[in-house]
Design a protein around this ligand. Structure first.
Ligand code: SF4
Length: 91
């Protein structure tokens, strides 16, 4: 997986607004929506295995909680292998 950033913040959208959340933002998107505010995610990032991503998520939120996987184009296969099987006991 190519990852632009992983960070913890407050969720700003949905019925979970205001709750702590770990955001996993993937790199790469083959769409070019005119309203996009995430052009910085089109290139770059760092290559990580799903397990490495999950390890970082657990470090940021060791007691569980919300995780939002965002970025990338959902039908492109960029999310393949995530979340890993090892995450099941955490969720
Ligand atoms: S990251 Fe989202 S908003 Fe931006 S181009 Fe891709 S699908 Fe569109």
């Amino acid at each position: 997986m190519q990852i632009t950033e992983i960070y913890k913040s407050l969720q700003g959208e949905s019925t979970h607004a205001g709750l702590p959340c770990v955001f996993v933002r993937l790199t790469g998107c083959n769409l070019r929506c005119s309203w996009c505010d995430s052009e910085y995610t089109f290139q770059g990032g760092r290559k990580m295995t799903p397990e490495e991503v999950w390890d970082e998520v657990r470090q940021l939120s060791p007691n569980g909680g919300l995780v939002e996987i965002t970025g990338g184009e959902a039908e492109s296969g960029l999310w393949s292998g995530f979340p890993p099987k090892s995450s099941r006991s955490w969720m």
